[in-house]
Structures are given as C-alpha cells and as structure tokens.
Design a protein around this ligand. Structure first.
Ligand code: AQP
Length: 338
C-alpha cells in the first residue's frame, strides 16, 4: 500500500519513566497502525522531560528505554522516523519563534500547567509554563497534518492549531503551516489510575499500584489488578449505570480495548457478576498482551548499540526535513541567514 503523501503524522512521548498501559492504549498502539498508511515521525521528547528536573543518568537511560518500548510495541524505524528531540536543534529554534507568536492569555488557560505546577506555581520552571509552545514547534517543524495523542493532550493540540493560524495570518503566508488535526481514540481516550478513577494513569504518579507498566511481570499485573479500586456493586447491564462509577468504568474500558470487544456486549454478557471474577479475566487479557511487549523491551534494552543506531538514523532523517522548513520560517520572519 502506498502512503498518503500529503499527510504527515507527528507525536511524542516523554522519557520520564517506564511506559505504561495508558501510553500504549492511548497513543503508541495508534502510532503503530498509522505507520502503515502515512509518513510518521515519532519523537522521544527529552526537551519536554527536563521541564521538571531529571537526573542526567536516568534521563539517558529513559531515552533508550523509551526507544526500546517503541520498537517492542511494533514501531519500525524503516517505516517511521524515530529519534530524540534534542538531537534536532530546530525544535528549540522554532519554539523560540513560536514563543513570540503565542499569547500569555493562551498559556494561562492551559490546565496541564495548573495540574503539574500545583500550588507552588511560582517555583515551577518557565519551561513547564511554555511547554505547549514547544509542543506546537515539534508538530509544525515537520508541517505535520495529524497528531495521534491521548485525550489529555487535546488542549495543547488546540493551542498548536491557534499558533499555526496566527503565524499564517501575522506573516500573510496562507496555509504555510497546515492546521494539525488531533487523532484521539474514540473508545478509550484516557486510561485512568487504578487507585483513583478520576485521575489519569501517569508515569510520575508515586504509587506503582496506580498503573500497569509495560515491563510488569504476570505476577505484578495480577497483583495490581487484584488491588485495583472498584466499588461494592456488581457489573451493571448497561453503560448508563457506569456513569458515577469511574473505577468500574475504567477497568471495563481497559478490558474492552485490550480484547477488541464492544463494551456494551461485555456488559450484556457479564451483568450481575462481581468484580473479583471479572478481574481474573482482565488480568489474563492484560498478561497475554503486555507480557510479550515487556519481554521484548527487556531484550532490546541489552542492545544499546542497536537503539543508538535507530536514534541516529532517525535524527538524520528528521534533521533534513526540519532544516528545510525552518529555513523557510526564518525567511518569512525576516531573519538574514548566512
Ligand atoms: N492515562 C493515559 N491515557 C491515555 N493516553 C495517555 N497518554 C499518557 N497517559 C495517558 C498519552 O501518551 C502519550 C505520551 O505521553 P507523555 O509521555 O508525553 O506524557 P504525559 O501525557 O504527561 O504522560 P504521563 O505518563 O502522565 O507522563 P508524566 O507523568 O511524566 O507527565 C501522549 O499522547 C499522551 O496523551
């Protein structure tokens, strides 16, 4: 099948810890499907990671581990460009230009900053505040048309669209930057924490029991699912009755997505069952999908040379596209290049 030549897919993952089920179901699974149909650029966003302090040794390790995770989930570096963000300087250069296009009022509306900075806003890094502008630069540097992300990134993507539009208008370069479209999974846009169904599953959440890591053993998966928060009611017969039961809904959603089956059908079949029985089935389904990925990640992690080769090849390819687009941006803005 020939790839759609006008579409460019871009997305990134932060090397801030082990990849988890949320990253896989919300984003990476979709990355793998898209690489068959479109030009895809997948980035390990190390510049984003340092908006919160990272231990340098850990960061290096996490960049390689995330690369291993990408490959283990099915990304193919011959089909997609895979690289780490800091190795293409165009990301930082375009981010500065876009910092000057983006508005303070727009930044102040970003909910992720509020959540991550918490009560101690004054002490958050400036990088964390302008994180969405860097994300816009990542996307626009490659004139990307489609961005597969989890639902938590929707607001940042809307901002990237506003920035693209404002740049095109301010400099009177109609359609220079395409207005990127989000690609968000409809059925499972956000995997929630196993300890609190109102919070998203996240790498930086302290409790290990809040998430399933892709490198978890079958034993760990079983334990985590057994301990996952639910409520005292049995499984209901329809989705409507799951409305105020976030933990129950989350587990059933995960099961539906991982087994590729319709949530309504699952409820029809399981109505009245208690959660302990369902949890056994959920654990089995997770072990069958996640453990082979985890095994592959562990193997790949031992082949540092191979992982470095993937990143180098990707950064060379990304660098060529980035330079061409950034040169045009500089010309549009009025800079003199030598
Ligand atoms: N819980 C989730 N459900 C669905 N999608 C998710 N994603 C992350 N968590 C979930 C999607 O995974 C991609 C990569 O995310 P990221 O690593 O760039 O950063 P994040 O969104 O901030 O993820 P984490 O795990 O919560 O990291 P930390 O804790 O470091 O902030 C994105 O497409 C994201 O939507």
């Amino acid at each position: 099948m020939s790839k759609n030549s006008k579409s460019v897919v871009f997305s990134g993952v932060q090397p801030t810890g082990n990849l988890h089920l949320g990253n896989y179901l919300g984003a990476i699974k979709n990355f793998v499907n898209l690489q068959k149909k479109m030009e895809c650029i997948y980035c390990i966003v190390d510049l984003h990671a340092i908006t919160v302090f990272q231990d340098p040794k850990e960061l290096k390790k996490n960049i390689l581990d995330t690369t291993a995770g990408f490959v283990a989930c099915g990304l193919d570096f011959k089909k997609s460009i895979i690289f780490n963000q800091s190795s293409v300087s165009g990301h930082s250069e375009l981010a500065w230009i876009l910092n000057c296009v983006s508005r303070v009022g727009w930044m102040n509306r970003m909910t992720q900053f509020k959540e991550k900075a918490g009560k101690n806003k004054e002490n958050a890094s400036v990088g964390l505040y302008v994180y969405p502008n860097l994300m816009a630069a990542d996307i626009l540097l490659y004139k990307s048309t489609h961005v597969p992300v989890g639902d938590d990134q929707k607001q940042h993507l809307e901002l990237a669209r506003d920035i693209a539009q404002k740049f095109n208008n301010d400099f009177k370069v109609n359609n220079f930057f395409p207005i990127p479209e989000p690609l968000i999974q409809k059925k499972l846009s956000r995997v929630m924490s196993l300890r609190d169904g109102t919070k998203k599953m996240s790498k930086s959440e302290e409790s290990n029991y809040s998430r399933i890591d892709l490198q978890d053993s079958a034993d760990e998966i079983n334990k985590k699912i057994k301990k996952a928060k639910t409520d005292s009611l049995p499984i209901p017969g329809n989705i409507e009755e799951l409305k105020n039961r976030p933990e129950a809904l989350n587990l059933l959603n995960i099961y539906s997505f991982i087994t590729n089956s319709d949530l309504e059908k699952i409820l029809e079949n399981m109505a009245g069952k208690d959660f302990s029985k369902f949890k056994n089935e959920l654990s089995d389904a997770l072990v069958a999908t996640i453990c082979p990925i985890g095994k592959k990640i562990k193997e790949l992690k031992n082949d540092r040379k191979y992982l470095m080769r993937i990143l180098k090849e990707g950064s060379n390819k990304a660098g060529i596209i980035a330079k061409e687009n950034l040169d045009k941006v500089k010309e549009i803005v009025g800079f003199i290049s030598h």
